[in-house]
Design a protein around this ligand. Sequence first.
Ligand SMILES: NC(=O)c1ccc[n+]([C@@H]2O[C@H](COP(=O)([O-])OP(=O)(O)OC[C@H]3O[C@@H](n4cnc5c(N)ncnc54)[C@H](OP(=O)(O)O)[C@@H]3O)[C@@H](O)[C@H]2O)c1
Length: 297
Amino acid sequence: MTRILQFGATGQLAREMLARQEGGVEVVALSRAQVDLTDPLAIARAVETAGDIDLVLNAAAYTAVDKAESEPDLAYAVNARAPEAMAKACQARGLPLIQISTDMVFDGEKTGAYVEDDATKPLHVYGASKLAGEQAVLGACDRALVARVSWLFSAHGQNFLQWFLKASQAGTPMRLVDDQRARPTASGDLAAFILSQADRLTRAPAGAPEWGLLHVVNDGVASRYGMAKTIFAMANPGQSPPPMEPVPTSAFPTPAKRALNAVLDSARMQRVFGIQLRPWEEAMEDALAGLAEPRTA
Ligand SMILES: NC(=O)c1ccc[n+]([C@@H]2O[C@H](COP(=O)([O-])OP(=O)(O)OC[C@H]3O[C@@H](n4cnc5c(N)ncnc54)[C@H](OP(=O)(O)O)[C@@H]3O)[C@@H](O)[C@H]2O)c1
């Protein structure tokens, strides 16, 4: 049995981890009420006193990309200092740590998909705080995996799928950005990857190829407009969508500037773990099917 101590109980990834744990893996989740990530001492204590655990996963984060511009201290506390505290506590106990990061560490100026060792240059506070978290974790724990993911979606929680379904059911005309590109990633597929590799990770020594940065994204590239069209067609076969207008990013000024190219290359995952996540459209079909199912976590 592999026991994962998970920071975060209510987010998209956290819920998928709890819902999918089975067989050889048990997830012990700590909610905000149990450990607030702005309290590094509480984090250290939680790892120290967790008893019989094999792996720590940080499934929590400050994820309000635009709000972070006006709350930088909070964003850095949760996204940088909290994972640093986890990493130090893991190192002290000889435990491996999985930290989740984002495509938003890049500025989007590259032509082509980003690989793990491409130069980082975040465009905003959220991206910079997540990058600081990556660096702190990799600097403090020699068995740390930092998984960068993009545009997470799932049947539950706050994400683009939920927003779009509500808006389209209401028949609201929509303007959707069509010049930002990424690989939309199912939180469930991310959770399944972590759960399937948990045992392997507990046995990988420091210096093994499993550690370091890893891009974990579904296959295929989309814009928000492209995603919306696909979701509508899947959810409402044969029906006409409400008016949807593709617009450039410049039509939606946001406090945090978005990169146009957020496409991550996941070839390293294939090389190291022998895994390529399926096309995001297939995962979206499953997420849509999951909407009808009650929450299991
Ligand atoms: N969502 C995306 O599109 C996306 C894209 C790229 C990368 N990521 C990364 O993927 C990871 C998972 O994201 P997600 O979408 O699953 O996140 P999410 O749904 O936004 O959930 C965030 C979680 O963090 C918890 N949290 C926030 N502040 C906290 C604090 N001070 N103390 C304790 N818990 C706190 C929240 O708890 P409460 O419910 O109590 O607030 C919630 O459980 C994150 O590292 C995120 O940066 C996400």
